[in-house]
Design a protein. Sequence first.
Length: 111
Amino acid sequence: MPEAVQIPADDAIALVADSGWLLDVREPDEWNRGHAPDAHLIPMGSVMDRIDELPSDSQIVVICHSGYRSWQVTKALVAAGYDAVNVAGGMEAWQSAGGVVLPGGPNTALA
């Protein structure tokens, strides 16, 4: 069985810009404080119930605030057969690496 991997935020930014599907597993209140423009919000506790909403033909780049929740989700997705990677350091690292973060506003993603 393939193992889950973590990638640095700068690699994640490039991957999402190319073809990766960014899955944000934070809660809606965290999302509303700032999120990546290409992210799709499915909170951690709902991912497995909504797994049919995930693409099977794209690499899934999983992110949370600091990387812990997204690491747990990444391991579960890989175990379920998805091509998924975790963003080490989460949104904190994403922003530090120069990733775009949209401020607040209505939740227009999947949640």
